[in-house]
Design a protein around this ligand. Sequence first.
Ligand SMILES: NC(=O)c1ccc[n+]([C@@H]2O[C@H](COP(=O)([O-])OP(=O)(O)OC[C@H]3O[C@@H](n4cnc5c(N)ncnc54)[C@H](OP(=O)(O)O)[C@@H]3O)[C@@H](O)[C@H]2O)c1
Length: 250
Amino acid sequence: MTTLNVLLVGGTGSIGRHVARAAENAGHSIRILSRRGGGDDTIRGDLTDASTLAEAVDGVDAVVFTHGTHGSAAGFRDVDYGGVRNVLEAIGDRPVRIALMTAIGVTYRDGEYNRSSGAHDWKRRGERLVRASGKPYTIVRPSWFDYNEDDEHELHFLQGDTRTAGSPADGVIARAQLAEVLVASLTSEAAVGKTFELVAEKGPAQADLDPLFAALDADTGLDGARDVDNLPVSQEPADVIADLDRIRRA
Ligand SMILES: NC(=O)c1ccc[n+]([C@@H]2O[C@H](COP(=O)([O-])OP(=O)(O)OC[C@H]3O[C@@H](n4cnc5c(N)ncnc54)[C@H](OP(=O)(O)O)[C@@H]3O)[C@@H](O)[C@H]2O)c1
């Protein structure tokens, strides 16, 4: 069994708490980043303040990102996106394994939710930073949390991000099962360099996720393998392009 020192960014949140449990069940040592500090396994840090993150990433083998804000455009920019950038910069050139949670529909720009908050654009920019970093990564785009029925646990990994209703019609996933997928990706060679949408359908959970990871196309550039083209990097704001250049050089 591979045991890792894993930093949980968002580890106090509604998903992160499940990730902490799943990581410990898998035999990993966990360190939880929180603005509030806390128990022995918690380290204080603020994703919007890069200077607070050096200690958090010291000695880690892997990072699972499940952080997030709710609502404000500045929050999506500074926390959802800026947090990924600041942690990657704090890691520098160390070969740390990354699991990033974003959201199903993240490449869809025309819905009211993205128009009003930029939420999808910022999360997608975070995905691009991870792909640009050159680190071994897996990006999981979960569907709607805990809308699944009791018999809906069979996992399906989708690519192309074509479900854009912006409602549970796009798919459902239990938080606990999402956490298990994120943790399993950390030790799966077949999961490296893959981006997928995660839904559960009627049926039992699969015991071994490797065949599901292996069936996915690997990403080849800054976007998910089968994503429909949308905002080209050249049309991104100048500071986003500068972030990508910096992360690539790190
Ligand atoms: N609802 C859905 O069906 C659905 C589906 C797909 C994706 N999502 C996404 O899931 C994300 C996470 O949701 P959640 O419900 O798990 O959130 P949550 O329970 O509010 O947790 C947010 C986490 O982010 C951390 N965080 C926020 N700002 C931070 C900062 N400045 N520095 C350090 N840590 C910070 C919090 O840590 P502390 O407070 O301890 O500092 C906490 O651990 C959201 O962005 C949402 O877009 C939701």
